[in-house]
Design a protein around this ligand. Sequence first.
Ligand code: 13P
Ligand code: SF4
Length: 350
Amino acid sequence: MTSYNLKIMEIEKELEDTDHYLDFKTEQVKIEKILKLRDQKNVLILGHNYMKPLIYHLSDKDSRGDSLALSMYAAKSTSPIILFDGVRFMAETAKILNPDKKVLIADLNAGCSLADPFRKQDVLEYKEKFPGAPVVTYINSYAEVKAESDYCCTSANALKVVNHASKDFNSNKVIFLPDSLMGKNLENELGNLESKIELIYPGKYDNKFGRCEVHEKISAEEIRRIRRQFDLKKGSSDSAVLVHLECPPEVLAEADYYGSTSGMAKYLLEHPNLKKVYLGTECEMTSNLQNEFPQIDFVRACQVFCQHMRKITLDKILFSLENEVYEINVEENIRRKAKTSIDRMLSIGR
Ligand code: 13P
Ligand code: SF4
């Protein structure tokens, strides 16, 4: 049996008893075409946790995940072509790590409200204002920004990277860009740990503000309402509210766990007694985890979708693979500098 046949059988099995089985049957021909091309052209398909289930399942289990996992997979790739099912900054990170490979994304306009407005000039201004302080930049940023930064980080390792940066640069001040809410959340964590590190982030001493347009919409009041409505008691052993680190601080205070998207999946694995769960993050994450954890009843009260992630569709993926179009390119000078900050993060790990 060919590899694409095996993969189709695997997807069918994974989706068999889920809400997405009918969609799979409807789209099966398209999915088969994509997987045939994957095999013919030896393509690695990487898929972010926020992809719609049919797209998410195009990736093998060891090629799906959060931004950190996907960067790690990209760094180890041996395929000549990488198709990135996620947003542009993620595909760009894969290209920075794989300059000799073709990196494709189904829609080059799949942006990110954190990455899009933030430019190299913004980093330079922070460096000038706080000389000697290392710059830790969230992976949700473009190459020109990473190139001016000392470290890259993701929501899975931000605190660890901040600590490394402070130590390596022998500096109590660390600049964290561009997410203001995550900056405040990390500052709170440092405070809880009685750390001497002072975090500087947009909005702390200026009127800049970096935000995820999806997670900023989740409010503490909404979490409290969901807890009441669905009987999700804080600290209970059989239910939990998990939220992303990009949410506002008051939302984190209402949650049982906060972290990266894969951090949430790990939490579920480590708490096998959970019966009811609400996820405060992009809604497709709930669909994907529901398929992976059928024994858990996921509260379907989610209303926040990322318009950028949603630009990636099966039709566009097929077109991109057939024609090998929508390629990511990064100027070599910028790429080399940006790679240093990503390599430092990868060596620190999760
Ligand atoms: P993760 O790294 O947690 O997957 O987050 C990426 C992202 O864009 C969240 O909005
Ligand atoms: Fe960017 Fe938010 Fe979308 Fe993630 S969910 S890609 S941070 S806009």
